[in-house]
Design a protein around this ligand. Structure first.
Ligand code: ARG
Length: 282
């Protein structure tokens, strides 16, 4: 019971964006707040134990084992290699979630467009890859409550005539295969799309003058531009997106657990401190 009430209270403290997720917890008891003080033995006076079925779920031993995270580790500051270690916001957040679940995190690096298939074939339990929640992906996987927001931006050469989204028409645009940048590029009139396995490869092609622009997520864009010569990020942004953890449709139980962990890690400031460690405010 305690765990359920704690997560309910945390839900109440969540941001508006995340409240929707809390509301979906079908088994949340309506009377939970009133029961707070009597959590131990509410029916002690007449010698009766608390109803067994109400506590059965909570007394379950923490899930043992490994939580396998699928990612594409070329997406600094969310996931990237430091030596042979995969670090970054997503890696640290997922480790914190795994710890809450009493599990060991194991990270599997793969192509970005292999992540959802890996989840659905059972090769991975969660997909954490700066992955944007989209309608199309929701057909194939569930998403946790979002843990952060991002935007799509345009990178061009410093002297480029491209000054905003409208100037992209008819240009050659580089994207990372299967990303939302790829989807946006498809909507640009008359554009030729060059798809790369890694975002940095697209940025390198831009630096080499092979393509005219790159559409990619804002924080990786800053990292990539700082590692190349003569590039800039345009001020005008495409839509704001939400990043969340992808989980197989048939694993509702894990979705619930991950959302509870995220609620707790948000409420106690863990997520924000992980983000602040990797993204310094301008
Ligand atoms: N946010 C974009 C998307 O979901 C790009 C994510 C790319 N992530 C990565 N780890 N390479 O499509």
């Amino acid at each position: 019971m305690k765990k359920k009430m704690v997560s309910m209270m945390l839900c109440a403290a969540m941001t508006a964006a995340m409240v929707a997720g809390c509301g979906n917890r079908e088994e949340t008891p309506a009377e939970a707040p009133a029961a707070e003080a009597g959590e131990e033995t509410p029916a002690a006076e007449d010698g009766e134990e608390a109803p067994a079925e109400a506590d059965a779920e909570e007394s379950e031993a923490p899930a043992e084992g490994t939580l396998v995270m699928a990612t594409n580790a070329y997406f600094e500051p969310y996931e990237y290699y430091e030596g042979d270690q995969i670090v970054g916001i997503d890696a640290e957040m997922a480790a914190a979630v795994a710890e809450k679940l009493g599990m060991e995190l194991q990270i599997e690096d793969m192509e970005f467009d292999s992540i959802i298939p890996a989840i659905n074939s059972g090769k991975a339990d969660i997909g954490v890859a700066g992955m944007t929640v989209t309608e199309d992906r929701l057909v194939n996987v569930n998403f946790s409550d979002p843990y952060t927001t991002a935007t799509q931006v345009i990178i061009v050469q410093e002297g480029s005539e491209i000054a905003g989204n409208d100037d992209l028409a008819g240009k050659t645009i580089g994207v990372q295969l299967g990303t939302t940048g790829d989807i946006f590029a498809e909507d640009v009139e008359g554009a030729t799309i060059e798809r790369y396995n890694k975002g940095m490869d697209a940025v390198q092609a831009l630096a080499n003058g092979i393509i005219d622009a790159v559409i990619i997520d804002n924080e990786p864009a800053k990292q990539f531009v700082s590692k190349a010569e003569g590039l800039k990020i345009l001020d005008e942004e495409f839509v704001t997106e939400e990043y969340a953890i992808a989980i197989a449709k048939d694993n509702e139980e894990l979705l619930e657990k991950v959302n509870t962990a995220l609620e707790e890690l948000t409420a106690d400031g863990t997520i924000q401190s992980i983000i602040d460690k990797y993204i310094t405010a301008e």
